[in-house]
Design a protein around this ligand. Structure first.
Ligand code: 3HC
Length: 309
């Protein structure tokens, strides 16, 4: 089919709100947009395992350790789903890893901050996974079939991630003065980077125009950010945490919270490789990717010898 015919068949399916499947005709720019977004989503899941992984040996109880281990294993699985989803669009795993490790591809800003105390593990689960759920529930309606289906599976596991983080924060807020201060400190450090997870304001979003035209995005960056704020402020109040935003104020007319300006200079610095932990995250990924090469080689050799297994 020539490009005009491809566009016509594709646009007709989009307008009927039908899912685009891997073998369907699709414009090259739609394919490239999805490869960019889905591979970066996958990178985020895998890099996100690092800050939490640092706390496995320091979890305060066996139960806490079991929950954290389960969550981190889930994140690895989410990365696998999403890499496999991106591969249906024609990019190889090796290409995606090379793009990550050379800085050509991004991953979520949020994973470039250090997890300094156990309360950070609570803040990550509650705020970061809470933000991811808001974003990923909307992506369950994305036009690319494999991506939408992956989101249904991932969101089921994210709700456990968010609840366990909130439980950590709630318990610490019922604890000693020092534990309450630790929880508030984590809140203060993770709140604003969590708001940045939703991306730049809509007016500054380079990709949202196409994302809406092709029904990849169904809600805007600002709409999802607002939904997250309105839900999370109430959760914070219930357990006695203060939102670190002096300009946060309920707006009766819009039935939502107005909030202070996000530090977009910090956002740009972090997503362009100059955040607190970017260097450490990439060095770690490269080191363990190289150390794990023998596993991939063994699996490939086995598959070659026993292709039907
Ligand atoms: N971190 C890093 N880069 C970001 C970003 C963020 N939070 N938000 C936006 N950007 C980048 C975009 O990638 C784009 O750069 P690029 O052209 O080099 O890719 C640029 O900033 C412009 O932003 P846009 O809003 O125009 O880009 P998008 O339309 O792609 O929207 C997005 C950004 C909302 C993050 C969208 O890509 C998206 O919904 N992605 C899927 C969800 C996702 O990736 N979540 C990451 C977290 S996963 C997670 O938290 C796992 C949990 O289990 C812990």
């Amino acid at each position: 089919m020539d490009a005009t015919a491809v566009q016509a068949v594709f646009q007709d399916k989009i307008e009927q709100d039908l899912k685009i499947e891997p073998k369907d005709p699709m414009p090259d720019r739609y394919r490239a947009h999805l490869i960019r977004q889905i591979s970066q989503h996958a990178h985020s899941e895998v890099i996100g395992m690092q800050p939490e992984g640092n706390w496995i040996t320091r979890a305060p109880s066996l139960r806490a350790k079991q929950i954290l281990l389960a969550k981190i294993q889930d994140e690895g699985g989410h990365g696998l789903y999403l890499y496999s989803t991106a591969e249906t669009l024609g990019i190889s795993r090796e290409e995606m890893i090379e793009q990550l490790q050379t800085g050509k591809a991004k991953y979520s800003n949020i994973f470039n901050y250090p997890a300094l105390t156990w309360a950070d593990i609570g803040a990550i689960g509650w705020l970061v996974d809470g933000a991811a759920i808001v974003n990923q529930v909307a992506l369950q309606r994305t036009s690319y079939g494999p991506y939408a289906r992956a989101m249904f599976r991932i969101c089921k596991e994210e709700s456990f991630h968010q609840r366990q983080g909130y439980e950590i924060m709630a318990n610490m807020m019922k604890g000693t003065t020092e534990q309450r201060e630790m929880a508030q400190d984590a809140m203060n450090r993770w709140w604003w980077p969590a708001l940045m997870m939703f991306g730049p304001h809509d007016k500054d979003s380079a990709h949202s125009g196409d994302a809406f035209k092709w029904r990849i995005k169904r809600k805007t960056n600002d709409e999802l950010r607002q939904k997250f704020i309105d839900k999370t402020v109430q959760q914070a109040e219930v357990i006695g945490l203060t939102i670190p935003d002096p300009d946060l104020k309920w707006n009766e007319t819009k039935q939502g919270y107005d909030h202070g300006e996000i530090n977009w200079e910090e956002f740009k610095r972090v997503i362009n490789g100059n955040g607190p932990c970017n260097k450490q995250r990439m060095e770690h990924h490269i080191r363990y990717h190289e150390e794990g090469a023998w596993v991939r080689e063994a699996a490939a050799a086995y598959h070659e010898k026993f292709p039907t297994d």
